[in-house]
Design a protein around this ligand. Sequence first.
Ligand SMILES: C[S@@+](CC[C@H](N)C(=O)[O-])C[C@H]1O[C@@H](n2cnc3c(N)ncnc32)[C@H](O)[C@@H]1O
Length: 431
Amino acid sequence: MSPPPPRVTVIGIGADGWDGLGPVGREALRTAEVVIGGRRHLGLLPPECEGERVPWPSPLRPAVPGLFAAHAGRRVCVLASGDPMFFGIGRTLAELLGAERLRVLPHPSSVSLACARLGWALEETEVVSLVGRPSATLTRELYPGRRLLVLSAGADTPAEVAGLLGERGFGPSRMRVLEQLGSERERCVEGTAEAWPHPPGDPLNVIAVDCLPADGARRLSLTPGLPDTAYDHDGQLTKRHVRAATLAVLAPAPGELLWDVGGGSGSIAVEWTRAHRTCRAVSVERDPVRAERVRRNAAALGVPGVTVVTGAAPGALAGLPTPDAVFIGGGLTAPGVLEACWSALPPGGRIVANTVTLESEALLADWYRRHGGDLVRLAVSHATPVGTFTGWRQAMPVTQWAATKPLDSQGPGAYAADPAGSVEAAQGETR
Ligand SMILES: C[S@@+](CC[C@H](N)C(=O)[O-])C[C@H]1O[C@@H](n2cnc3c(N)ncnc32)[C@H](O)[C@@H]1O
């Protein structure tokens, strides 16, 4: 048996550079034959580190296997920012090389340093990274009294965050921008979001936000069943009470992927994705105007990562990554939609289909007969004025079929050709 390949030492380094490293990290760097890292990090090494310095290629991820194969058998160190396992290169290396090949020496992360400066308890601070993510992501985290730490993408991020807070009704929030944490150039500037006074500063910064709403700011819970007025819609919207009941049976769990077939205004995909920051959803909508509306609603409600596929099911489902759950809110009578969704589900996957028409209801009754599950009728009435009195106004009753694919069944089938694929990959192909 051949010996295991030598471990790669991944060393977290702060803005204080070499001075801030511990003895173990310094020794590893002094004796390394190869040091891989960003140019800025490599520039922090003193001359006594004589190993070959290799800057990361771009794009980084696809180059990683070849890069480490090229230096096989040599003592390799990787330099990373702060804690390599916190929004850092450590994750990529663990995924591509295997965790057992890594020896990680963390430095305090920018978030730990910021909490130290602010006197904030780390476990009560919400951390949001805007590196490579739109600022709309923050919307999901805005609650009165919450403390947020935002990892900036660069010098312009503080003004962007200030703008977003203002748009979302959190203009009075206090913002502090902590730059170059741990270095001699460390500084903190502050102001309120609605009157952010500072020009762009240092690109290395984190933003501390004390969330404070303006009078009348919208209050949007993370629990499903947001008010219908939270959505821009043309009437094609699963209404609040039915939506809450639907999300309850869809039962999102962290990391899971939903197909929202017949996206309409996107409310099911949006509330699935709001359930946990690792939940993902693909909304499939045949009407391009509505598809665009799904995108806007997703961004406005803090989940801009919802993938929107413009196209009609079942054709538009081809090649999407395997879902954990499927919701069918439109297109039930289109030939092959139910079959495609059912066959795409893995064993244990959930399907939920809603309809208000007799034609689709007949279909659901047939699937209920064949596959079991729950067939439910949801009838919601609202009290409305009747002259000077009040009476019930009944919304169209919704028939809902919900089922779980048996654990001993076959799946996923032909419509999930890419079980390991990412939603992003699917987005690129189908948009
Ligand atoms: C009742 S709405 C769904 C409402 C949605 N759940 C929401 O809350 O916004 C039905 C939607 O399905 C879309 N649709 C109908 N047939 C479709 C198909 N075969 N593929 C994709 N979308 C379809 C319609 O354009 C419409 O927007």
